[in-house]
Write a protein that binds this ligand. Structure first.
Ligand code: ARG
Length: 400
């Protein structure tokens, strides 16, 4: 009889390497290892050989980069989604896409179970499993890290040695790092003390602001309906835009974030993020919105941004609430077309200028020169009526 098959989210690290053997034994099943590419720099070469030599019956590599940019990152950018006003959500945005890619392979390969290597106290288990439940409710979900016997890296190594599981002997970084093109998340080690400043070696891609060039980088980013389309006058694919802005930002020390955040599972955790492109593009996008959005839309949209960030963070991407908010956001983005000129300099991003064919900035109304076209007389009557309610109130309740 054919064995049952388990689809496993595979990274090639120690956890998921020994997980192949552990799952095979425990469930007497074949393991289908799946790795998704979200634009991480980590070596992808050799992963297939590694998965197979570790005992997987097949290996799937799914290139998700373009889909990640177009269907996930750009939506988050248009919405202005920054979790608790800071985190651009790189890790959180990648999870539903990885989970969906896994389900696709699992269905194709007739798997009956889905397994991931997330810990039992993090957000990622929630994101994976909520997505699995939406897309493949009939499949059994396995989270070995929540139940297996290993309590340390050493005990995992012992298991690997005992079962001849080839593991790379490279010295493990003291940090736990998750990476994709929208950003890098770094935690553990000395970072667990919120009073300890992140050591320089915690940062993976950014130059420290102190060591950044003494001459600033000026960059122009063009948007069409809220989506970046060109850098310095050159039209580019989304992926290339993010890579380019990451490069310029990293060189100038832009995009380092240090945050205490509220996890879904009730824990406050401290995480360091490096997200040069996300930081710069969110900044540029918001500045263009200031120029082009009508006042009440601009102000209302800030609430939507928070709700949207919570949806991403909390793992409910595949939900009617998210698609409903997308419809709202897309409608707001119709005039968000134009160009923003920025300066990147020693860790900061600042604004040099902005322009749009849909600019609502009217110089004739704004100016304090002779060219002024604003009707000052009209202000008088406006203020009378605008303040009338409070004037009446204070007659009854005098302000002390
Ligand atoms: N705190 C971030 C989130 O919940 C990142 C989680 C993964 N972090 C890591 N260093 N492996 O989305």
């Amino acid at each position: 009889m054919q064995k049952e098959k388990i689809a496993l989210a595979y990274s090639g690290g120690l956890d998921t390497s020994i997980m192949i053997k552990w799952l095979k034994d425990k469930y007497d099943a074949d393991i289908v290892a799946i790795t998704g590419n979200l634009g991480q720099q980590k070596e992808i070469e050799g992963l297939e050989a590694k998965a197979l030599s570790t005992g997987a019956s097949s290996f799937h590599f799914v290139d998700l980069k373009q889909q990640f940019v177009e269907d996930y990152i750009w939506r988050a950018l248009k919405a202005g989604a920054l979790y608790e006003d800071v985190y651009p959500l790189a890790t959180a945005l990648g999870r539903p896409l990885l989970a969906k890619a896994m389900v696709d392979v699992a269905l194709e390969e007739n798997c009956t179970m889905l397994a991931h290597g997330c810990t039992g106290k993090g957000n990622d288990q929630v994101r994976f499993e909520v997505t699995f439940a939406s897309l493949a409710p009939h499949m059994k979900v396995l989270a070995p890290l929540r139940e297996w016997e290993f309590t340390s890296r050493e005990s995992e190594m012992d298991y690997a040695i005992k079962h001849n599981i080839p593991i790379s002997v490279t010295k493990k970084s003291p940090y736990s790092i998750d990476e994709n093109i929208w950003g890098i998340s770094i935690e553990c080690g000395v970072l667990e003390d919120p009073m300890v400043a992140p050591p320089e070696d915690a940062y993976q891609i950014t130059t420290s602001p102190e060591n950044a060039p003494d001459t600033p980088t000026v960059v122009e980013i063009e948007f069409v309906q809220g989506v970046p389309v060109a850098v310095d006058g050159k039209k580019m694919e989304g992926l290339d835009i993010i890579n380019r802005i990451n490069e310029l930002g990293a060189k100038n020390g832009v995009g380092r974030l240090d945050m205490i955040e509220n996890r879904v599972v009730g824990i406050k955790s401290r995480e360091i993020y490096e997200a040069p492109a996300a930081t710069i593009l969110h900044f540029a996008h918001r500045e263009l919105e200031r120029l082009t959005l009508e006042k009440s839309v601009f102000q209302y949209k800030r609430h939507i941004a928070q709700d949207y960030a919570n949806i991403i963070y909390n793992g409910t991407w595949f939900s009617p609430m998210r698609t409903a908010l997308d419809a709202f956001v897309d409608d707001t983005q119709k005039p968000v077309t134009g160009m923003v000129r920025l300066k990147l300099y020693k860790g900061s991003v600042s604004l040099l200028g902005r322009q749009s064919p849909y600019s609502l900035y009217n110089e004739a109304l704004a100016t304090y020169t002779e060219a002024d076209s604003f009707d000052h007389k009209a202000a008088e009557g406006f203020i009378q009526l605008y303040g009338l309610g409070l004037k009446t109130y204070s007659e009854v309740h005098p302000v002390k």
